[in-house]
Design a protein around this ligand. Structure first.
Ligand code: CTP
Length: 402
């Protein structure tokens, strides 16, 4: 999954020959999972048709302050368009449009939208080499940079004029790559590695039977997504679950038993900055695994169980720089039990679930948590979706680990 997945991208197209590439750019954004709307300057329609861009973006293209719909005149709301966008990408951007942007001119819908947009703005210029080199253009770039806009440099090559030099608009896939890298570089967990354990573990009794639990893995998977969406490289070690995940920053390691999860976690722990144990690890496992399927002979069957290794506690023993987070599922004396678990396992933060709370726990899509840190700060959160709970937990880790 790309960092642009689920984002709203407003593409501004101006009147340069490179406008023909904006069709590919729309497709690249859609491929990355973004929703795209296009706003064009009136003159750009000579280079690429609104029909092409509306078909590819699956949204109407806007280029005038108002449209005629039979006898009605409908106002195109540039403020709403600007607010809708998570990112405003102007590609190609002509010298004329950039100069107007730098000077607050707003004589078309694209420029009015630019002035009202509050989101990050990326500009991919396209022009002839002498125009690109002109002092006026250099001044324009400096002014747009000072507004916080980001220029995606034009590349060198053969230009529409037949001359060769810098001025070609960056290729659509390079524009998407540039924007993705730029967004990632600004995320708070960029450069951080996060280890997350998730799901249940299955402890074999014989070749066909196991001791397991009802953990769906959802909380751990949501934590992985929340961390990756903030730029972290995530190692997700999960027991058996039906959940699927595809994200360029998440590596999923599948394990079955507590012992396998222990080994995988220890292999990765030294390389990570943050570790979160969200797995519902079996506390006991059969002392011996029958080699063959156990036959039903007696009226009762006794299994001898032995303790599994406590992965979290073992990581707490060896931790150096790592910020370590555990979960506690309690039924009574919740705060006190969670606090003592935090100390016993040498954690930095513990996420407390109380079984007394409705909507919290294993199979539900929601959770209600209380966070306790090692300085005894206690924060109670309301019932939320596990997606939102995961974001809260990751944000609290960032605040404490900054
Ligand atoms: N944990 C672990 N390895 C285990 C058991 C638990 O890593 N073998 C982790 C879980 O992922 C969770 C925390 O430890 O983060 C839960 O601690 P645990 O002591 O198992 O608490 P509870 O499950 O709440 O059970 P109990 O109160 O019986 O200790």
């Amino acid at each position: 999954m790309s960092i642009l997945s689920g984002k709203n991208i407003l593409l501004g197209v101006t009147a340069g020959i490179a406008a023909y590439k904006s069709a590919s750019l729309v497709r690249e954004f859609i491929k990355a999972g973004a929703t795209v709307k296009v706003v064009m300057t009136p003159a750009s329609k000579d280079f690429v048709t609104p029909l092409t861009l509306s078909t590819l973006s699956k949204n109407p293209v806007e280029s005038h302050f108002y449209e005629k719909d039979n006898d009605n005149e409908l106002w195109n709301n540039h403020v709403e368009l600007g607010l809708w966008a998570d990112y405003f990408v102007i590609a190609p951007a002509t010298a004329n449009t950039m100069s107007k942007m730098a000077n607050g001119v707003c004589d078309n819908l694209l420029l009015a939208t630019y002035l009202s947009a509050k989101c990050p703005v990326y500009i991919a210029p396209a022009m002839d080499l002498d125009m690109y080199k002109h002092q006026s253009t250099t001044n324009t770039f400096a002014k747009l940079n000072s507004f916080g806009n980001t220029i995606i440099p034009a590349t060198s090559g053969e230009l529409a004029s037949g001359l060769v030099g810098q001025g070609r608009m960056a290729e659509p896939e390079d524009i998407v790559g540039f924007i993705t890298a730029d967004i990632l570089s600004q995320l708070p967990l960029k450069g951080q590695k996060v280890l997350i354990t998730a799901g249940p573990t299955y402890e074999a009794i014989d070749p066909v039977r196991f001791i397991g639990n009802h953990s769906s893995g959802k909380m751990g998977f949501e934590l992985a997504k929340a961390a990756a969406n903030l730029g972290a490289e995530v190692i997700l070690i999960t027991g058996p679950t039906n959940l699927k995940l595809s994200h360029s920053l998440i590596t999923v390691i599948h394990v079955v038993s507590a012992e396998e999860m222990y080994k995988a976690s220890h292999k990765e722990f030294q390389y990570v900055n943050i570790a979160i144990a969200a797995a519902a690890v079996a506390d006991y496992r059969p002392k011996e695994i029958a080699l063959n399927k156990i036959k039903k002979k007696e009226s009762t069957l006794t299994l001898k169980l032995e303790k599994t290794k406590d992965i979290l506690a073992s990581l707490g023993k060896i931790k150096k720089h790592q910020f370590l987070v555990g979960f506690a599922l309690e039924t009574n004396n919740e705060i006190e039990n969670a606090k003592s678990k935090l100390k016993r396992k040498n954690l930095d933060l513990i996420v407390l679930n109380s079984l007394k709370d409705k909507g919290a726990g294993f199979k539900s899509a929601t959770n209600k948590v209380t966070l306790i840190d090692k300085l005894d700060n206690i924060q109670e959160f309301p019932l939320k979706s596990k997606t939102e709970v995961a974001k809260d937990i990751i944000n609290e880790i960032i605040v404490r680990n900054a």
